[in-house]
Design a protein around this ligand. Structure first.
Ligand SMILES: Cc1cc2nc3c(=O)[nH]c(=O)nc-3n(C[C@H](O)[C@H](O)[C@H](O)COP(=O)(O)O)c2cc1C
Ligand SMILES: CCCCC(=O)C(=O)O
Length: 341
């Protein structure tokens, strides 16, 4: 089984440089991109011994979806830039791993097609200024049996990504499109970054769907408090993989304060910089219910299609199982904050 770093090296060889850089890169000087991984290195585990960990059970349930391990696949755009099988390969490998695939609004495969191969999947939304269109997209996801709606709130404007400017990467190659952005006439709309969105719009969003609604991209504890008060069903503590506000706090550093204000009222997912089972265990010990992985899955996809995604997810599962056992825990729920310094 190859390491994530090995798969990334293969992906880099195989991909167009502009596409590799779109995946790998972040905003500005990429300080936040680096900080996400660095914060995991800065924190260390202080394991417990003699706990009789037996056979571990990694299963968790988050927002009504059962996952065979506390790791889900983050929404990431344009999988057909990585591999011709695109989101179908990612969704199928994720379903076979028994966990949740979050389908991006900017997916190059229609949500209805993802639904054919994904058992349990969620849908990520950038609310558009045209409410009717936004409602139509939500209905498509709901009718395709998405189990939750993940509303991304860290993207009022587009982060400035120097690598994309350098390559003048602004458009998908011919033949690829954001398939969830087709309107009734079949025309593909551009995705707007929702600059005018406010808390008032959330009440409306909440009413447009029966799916649980999670907010993705929350970093400030006051926003977490407000989201819970607004009846939001879950939060993703995330800085969008360092692609939006460069200089933002790393997601792991942001987690403890959010855990403290949320106080178990809604589930918390953390994404950004998770690259190993020890990272998963650190995030869970500090209070996340599950983590999301973005780029590692894209490297697996680009390197080896569905098989590559499966390899990444199985490696993370094995490593998480090992780290959990070595910390003296049998289940994710047994991990506590005192294990991390
Ligand atoms: C290439 C790429 C595309 C992304 N596209 C989306 C997207 O369409 N919607 C979204 O909410 N987040 C998007 N993200 C952010 C991820 O959901 C996630 O927050 C981030 O990748 C986690 O960090 P990691 O890559 O270090 O695991 C994207 C990230 C990458 C790397
Ligand atoms: C317009 C698609 C946005 C995809 C995205 O969120 C990202 O590249 O980080």
């Amino acid at each position: 089984m190859r390491t994530i770093a090995e798969l990334e090296a293969i992906a880099r060889e195989r991909m167009e440089p502009a596409h590799y850089d779109y995946y790998a890169g972040g905003a500005g000087e990429e300080a936040t991109l680096r900080a996400n991984e660095e914060e995991f290195r800065r924190r260390v585990l202080v394991p417990r011994a003699l706990r009789g960990v037996g056979k571990r059970d990694l299963t968790v349930e988050v927002s009504g979806s059962t996952m065979s391990m506390p790791i889900l696949v983050c929404p990431t755009a344009f999988h057909r830039l990585a591999h011709s099988d695109g989101e179908l390969a990612t969704a199928q490998a994720t379903a076979e791993a028994g966990t949740v695939f979050v389908c991006s609004m900017a997916s190059t495969t229609a949500v209805e097609d993802v639904a054919k191969v994904a058992d349990v999947f969620w849908f990520q939304l950038y609310p558009q200024s045209d409410r009717e269109f936004t409602e139509a997209v939500i209905s498509r996801a709901e009718n395709a049996s998405a189990r939750a709606l993940v509303v991304t709130v860290d993207s009022a404007v587009h982060g400035r990504r120097e690598r994309d400017h350098r390559h003048a990467f602004h458009d998908l190659p011919p033949g690829l499109a954001a398939e969830n952005m087709r309107d009734a006439t079949g025309r593909v709309r551009d995705i707007e970054m929702p600059a005018d969105l406010t808390w008032d719009d959330l009440a409306w969003l909440r009413e447009t769907t029966k799916m649980p609604v999670l907010l993705k991209g929350v970093l400030h504890p006051e926003d977490a408090r407000r989201a819970v008060a607004a009846g939001i069903d879950g939060l993703v503590v995330s800085n969008h993989g360092g692609r939006q506000l460069d200089g933002a706090i790393s997601s792991l550093a942001a987690l403890p304060e959010i855990v403290s204000v949320v106080d178990g009222q809604v589930p918390l997912i953390l994404d950004g910089g998770v690259r190993s089972g020890a990272d998963v265990v650190k995030a869970l010990a500090l209070g996340a219910d599950a983590v999301g992985v973005g780029r590692p899955v894209l490297w697996g996809l680009a390197a080896a299609g569905q098989e590559g995604v499966a390899e990444v997810l199985e490696r993370l599962r094995e490593e998480t199982d090992t780290a959990l056992g070595l910390c003296g825990a049998r289940t994710p729920g047994e991990l506590t904050a005192d294990l991390v310094r």
